[in-house]
Design a protein around this ligand. Structure first.
Ligand code: ADQ
Length: 464
């Protein structure tokens, strides 16, 4: 652990749009990792309160929960629509996931993006002292670092991008790409999920701003020096593995088994999002049942996908598409006593999901583009070492870089998905154990605590 986290020499200030404030269960990996660090260093978590008010204050409201301090701010309806639904989720999210075709380039959105980033920059200035370390999370706050520097902030300041950084020509499709990039290289450290993201960002900065790599691996961009850090996020692997054999998990698995009988389970667990490749995955299962009638009645596919950001039009369309596809597949292949595909549009507790993963013979993690994908890691953590299931993983998930012993597939190719499921179902126990063992070692050694330490240690090299 770094000086910052153990000696309390400086306080950590985390900034993210959503925080773990008020959550009954802080089971999610990131929430736990940040919570521990913030509690150890008497740190502060700055974020959105989740409230939309007619006249939100420009200041943040302080609160405290189990040793962690929060400074939370409210949005107006226009800010929520323009910043969150607009620029963050209708411009940045699609473009960073290679879906320029879905982006809505409305200049009014950008005004709100600037407004909210300014609001957060002010809050950081009000709450932090220069000896503190500011750690900003994700695409909602690309401009924040630059705004802090413009305001004269001299303290250490880092950023972690949870989603992919696309190829330079794709990033350039964003009208304000140069302003966003300036925001990025104002940070001392920029953490990225995988080598490909880092290479894309470095290439973009070289082409667009003449960035130069220094002998120590950092980059000089104009008058700034920025450390681009490859820092793949992990999960709280140990606690997830324990959860998979606890009572809520076994109860959930038993409930599902009442429906499945002795059939093999193939599972998918995702937020409902167009980046997750769900229609292609459903088509892959249809192809499997089409090609291999002997598998009818032997396996069932269950997809859990709670709706997210459902007011954005694309999400409503996706929901309709999945409803239609699952109806068609069940209509075409189902039988009186067998439902080939079940699609549950709701969330489950993490403890229950752990049990469902463990009951599954295979897990389909087939995003078209994903920063990392934590489901892949959770599935591995939850398995029975004596009889593990098989992970089928998209080559376009950041996780594929670390999880090479999964069956790696092209998520656009429904035939490849069908064949991978067949291979997984028929795989010998010996091969399953071998693959699982290496995957497990990886998620145990590079877990969420490793990730946090790796990121915070990078600040040690930043001059005070
Ligand atoms: P997400 O896109 O949200 O995160 P992911 O990494 O898959 O994606 O994490 C999803 C989390 O939600 C997992 O912990 C999963 O268990 C949970 N979840 C999914 N479906 C659920 C359901 N039906 N009920 C309950 N829980 C469910 C972003 C990036 C990712 C990156 C993470 C972390 O898009 O690429 O891995 O941040 O950096």
């Amino acid at each position: 652990m770094t000086d910052q986290t153990s000696s309390q020499a400086s306080r950590l200030i985390a900034v993210s749009n959503r925080t773990a404030a008020g959550q009954e269960s802080r089971a999610g990996g990131l929430a736990v990792a940040l919570w521990d660090t913030l509690a150890d260093t008497r740190g502060l978590w700055i974020g959105w309160s989740g409230r939309i008010l007619d006249f939100p204050s420009s200041r943040a409201k302080r609160s405290e929960e189990d040793g962690v301090e929060f400074a939370l701010t409210d949005y107006s309806r226009d800010q929520y629509d323009g910043f969150y639904l607009g620029y963050a989720n209708s411009v940045l999210w699609p473009v960073m996931h290679n879906r320029i075709d879905l982006a809505v380039f409305d200049s009014a959105f950008y005004r709100y993006y600037v407004e909210i980033n300014e609001k957060f920059a002010d809050i950081v200035q009000q709450q932090a002292t220069p000896s503190d370390i500011v750690w900003v999370h994700d695409y909602h706050f690309l401009l924040l670092g630059d705004m802090l520097r413009e305001d004269g902030w001299t303290g250490k300041c880092g950023f972690f991008l949870h989603i992919p950084f696309p190829a330079p020509e794709v990033f350039r499709a964003i009208p304000q790409h140069r302003k966003l990039a300036r925001g990025l290289f104002a940070y001392d450290v920029v953490g990225l999920q995988c080598g490909k993201d880092l290479a894309n960002l470095a290439q973009y900065l070289e082409e667009e701003f003449g960035a130069e790599e220094l002998p120590d691996g950092r980059f000089r961009v104009e008058d700034r020096i920025v450390h681009l850090l490859h820092c793949p996020i992990g999960i709280d692997s140990r606690s997830f593995a324990e959860a998979a054999t606890a009572e809520p998990a076994t109860l959930a698995a038993a409930r599902l088994s009442r429906f499945l009988g002795d059939r093999d389970l193939v599972i998918g667990v995702d937020r409902m999002d167009y980046s997750k490749g769900l229609p292609q995955r459903f088509e892959g299962m249809a192809k499997l049942f089409d090609r291999y009638p002997d598998l009818h009645g032997r396996i069932s596919f269950t997809q859990i996908a709670p709706p997210s950001r459902s007011v954005v039009e694309e999400y409503a369309q996706l929901r309709e598409q999945l409803d239609a596809l699952s109806g068609r597949i069940n209509g075409d292949y189902g039988d009186l006593d067998w439902m080939p595909i079940r699609y549950l549009a709701r969330g489950y507790d993490r403890e229950e999901i752990a049990g469902l993963y463990r009951r599954a013979k295979a897990c389909l993690v087939t995003p078209l583009q994903d920063g990392m994908n934590l489901v892949a890691k959770e599935f591995v953590a939850a398995q029975d070492p004596e009889d593990p299931g098989v992970l089928i993983l998209s080559q376009f998930a950041g996780a594929a870089e670390q999880m090479k012993e999964a069956i790696i597939i092209n998520p656009y190719d429904s035939s490849a998905i069908a064949e991978a499921v067949k291979q997984a179902i028929e795989m010998s126990r010996e091969e399953r154990c071998m693959r699982w063992q290496s995957l497990y070692e990886n998620i145990m050694s590079q877990d969420i605590h490793w990730w946090r330490t790796r990121f915070l240690t990078a600040f040690d090299e930043v001059p005070a």
